[in-house]
Design a protein around this ligand. Structure first.
Ligand SMILES: Cc1ncc(COP(=O)(O)O)c(C=O)c1O
Length: 367
């Protein structure tokens, strides 16, 4: 007999990550190359400068890392134009979602997010034994009016993934301005901007600059996406110094490893890698849109490095058939999209392989 977990923990539907390539290979006994377009990773890989930093850093891994990520924090503060006391680092940005909920949400408190938004918000709320409102999306985008209307005096956190995962839609500066005007200062508003560096829109809200006027705003970003360092697990939060000081209390010591700090510091300086990743993503999206149009597949135009497509049939069957062809994508039924797949934008050959696989699978009955 094993001890029973708390009721709210028993009720959690665990996060299901995209499977690692090797696991899929073993399970399906696949030979040949496997293409993973399931987790919105950077298909160009890590920045060469980050890789060099990792090689340099390896000899020091008997030492604990800098608990405050000093050099990384200084470089990032400089890049973002904020003081270092406005930054907090996490083992991925999911770590900071957890810190925020732990710091501000007591059992019975209320949390708001969108129904079709990043699933970790629901899990974090459940872990805290909070009540949650999952507000339906409107045309694949956050309905900020409805989200503001869902806020009550017991609401402690509202999560806004911007751009949103898995839809790729964004809310603009004007919408965010109106929204913040309706949220009480007692409620933390988290703008989760994991895909920020891929954006190409001048109406995107400058949320970091909104913090002075709205000290309840927290902005999350990550090194997992355009910086190509998902395996090193580093994300960061930007907020008012008092918010950051509070959140730091629940952070476990040394939560960002030594190699991770060194690689992220190098990656920030690798503007060439970031520019190349952005350009390839933009070209890849254009190619995929053209192909999906030609195939008559509806899709959502994306501000990120992934596209949500409607395969107009049970997407799980399409996912399984693609996987047997060695192409891993992400079915998103758990986000409320039973006929959609989310595909990460790859390199040009990867995108061609994805399209060829989709054509083959959709042409016949799923094998
Ligand atoms: C909106 C959003 N937030 C956060 C994350 C998690 O990022 P990290 O790897 O920094 O924990 C993801 C990852 O897919 C995401 O899509």
């Amino acid at each position: 007999m094993i001890p029973q977990a708390r009721k709210n923990i028993r009720e959690i539907n665990p996060y299901v990550p995209g499977k690692p390539i090797e696991e899929v290979r073993r399970e399906l006994k696949l030979r040949g190359s496997i293409l993973k377009l399931a987790s919105n990773e950077n298909p160009l890989g890590p920045s060469p400068r980050a890789m060099a930093a990792l090689r340099r850093g390896i000899r020091d891994v008997h030492l604990y890392p800098d608990d405050n990520c000093f050099y990384l924090s200084r470089a990032l503060a400089d890049r973002l134009g904020v003081a270092q006391d406005r930054l907090i680092f996490g083992n991925g940005s999911v770590d900071i979602i957890d810190f925020i909920v732990k710091s501000f949400v007591a059992p019975g408190d209320h949390v708001v997010y969108s129904q079709g938004a990043f699933i970790m918000y629901a899990i974090a709320a459940k872990m805290a034994d909070a009540r949650a409102s999952a507000v339906p999306l409107r045309e694949y985008a956050h309905d900020l009016d409805a989200m503001a209307a869902a806020v009550t005096p017991r609401t402690r956190v509202v999560f806004v993934a911007n751009p949103n995962n898995p839809t790729g839609t964004m809310v603009d500066a004007a919408q965010v301005g109106r929204f913040l005007g309706r949220i009480p200062g007692t409620c933390v508003v988290v703008f989760d901007e994991a895909y920020y560096e891929y954006l190409d829109r001048n109406d995107f809200p400058d949320t970091i600059r909104l913090i002075d006027r709205h000290p309840n705003v927290m902005v999350l970003r990550t090194f997992s996406k355009i910086y190509g360092l998902a395996g090193l697990r580093v994300g960061f939060g930007v907020g008012h110094p008092e918010m950051i000081a509070t959140i730091r209390k629940v952070r476990l010591p040394f939560n960002v490893g030594l190699l991770s700090q060194m690689a992220c510091l190098a990656a920030i300086g690798d503007t060439r890698h970031v520019a190349a990743s952005r350009a390839m993503n933009a070209a890849g999206k254009k190619y995929l849109y053209g192909q999906f149009d030609a195939m008559g597949l509806p899709y959502v135009r994306s501000e990120g490095n992934f596209v949500l497509i409607d395969v107009r049939t049970d997407s799980r069957a399409v996912f399984d058939a693609l996987q047997r062809l060695g192409v891993i994508v992400r079915p998103v039924k758990n986000y409320g999209f039973p006929t959609h797949l989310r595909v990460t934008v790859g390199t040009p050959p990867q995108n061609r392989r994805l399209v060829a696989g989709l054509k083959r699978v959709l042409a016949g009955p799923p094998r």
